[in-house]
Each structure stands twice: as C-alpha cells, then as structure tokens.
Design a binder for this molecule. Structure first.
Ligand SMILES: [Zn+2]
Length: 144
C-alpha cells in the first residue's frame, strides 16, 4: 500500500468514496470526476501500478466484476452503450498509478463521444502493409 495513493486510501477506508461493490479482492466506486453519469472505477484492493504488475488471477476477478457492473450501470442510467477504458503509463494518459478500469455509460451524441470516438476512429497509421503487420505480430508473439 502506498501512503499517498488515493485508491489505497479508499480501499483502507481512510478516504471516502461512493462504493458500488466490494469483496476481498475488488473494489468499485463512483469516479469523483465522472466523464459521464454513472462512471465507475474498478480497482484491485492491493496496490499494483499497472497491467504489467497485476497477477492474471486478479485480472480475471476484476473483469468478472467489470462485466457485472457494466450491465448494472447500463440498466441504472439507461445507457445505450458502455465504454471500458484502462490506461497504463503516463504516455497512455494514466494519472493515478494504482491499476484501475473505467466503466463509462454512453449515450448517442454524448459529450465525450467526440473525444473517445476520435481516439477509436483516428487510425493514425493508415493502410499498413500486410507484411508490416505480420512482422509486428511475429515480434509480439516472440515477447509473449
Ligand atoms: Zn494504491
């Protein structure tokens, strides 16, 4: 546990949060700066900085809860869709260095659709060569 980590503070009960779900491994609470109505964060109780550190069995527990909370949040706020966002490292936009998964209810034409849509539709590398894709796939395979 990190003394200055806001999510560890919530997990230990030292900081307040609007808790949605908790068990021995996983904690879910409302994001304090929600991107949309019903935006929750799913975190492991234990402090791991990013996806490279979280054990696979804990990730499985986290994503089981992500599935359940996504369905419940969608139903609760009448969302048309759910965006699930998970960022690793400053370059990716991670600001709190305690692994977390955003569950963001979405509505057609909502305020974040432009930003998130731009990210998903950006496709900055246009029409890559199949041989280049094969080469990167081979290198990633070798690092698995
Ligand atoms: Zn922490």
């Amino acid at each position: 546990m990190s003394a200055v980590c806001p999510f560890c503070s919530i997990a230990s009960g030292k900081a307040q949060a609007s808790i949605v779900y908790e068990d021995a491994t996983v904690l879910v609470f409302m994001d304090l700066n929600p991107a949309n109505f019903g935006h929750t964060l799913v975190v492991p109780r234990e402090h791991w900085e990013n996806i490279y550190e979280v054990p696979e069995n804990v990730l499985a527990d986290l994503f089981s809860v992500v599935k359940r909370v996504s369905s419940a949040a969608k139903k609760t706020v009448g969302a048309e869709g759910i965006s699930i966002l998970q960022l690793n490292g400053r370059a990716a936009g991670q600001t709190v260095t305690h692994f977390h998964i955003h569950i963001i209810p979405r509505f057609s034409g909502d305020a974040i659709s432009k930003a998130l849509g731009a990210m998903m539709e950006h496709h900055g590398l246009k029409n890559p060569e199949k041989s280049d894709l094969d080469e990167i796939a081979k290198k990633i395979r070798e690092n698995l």
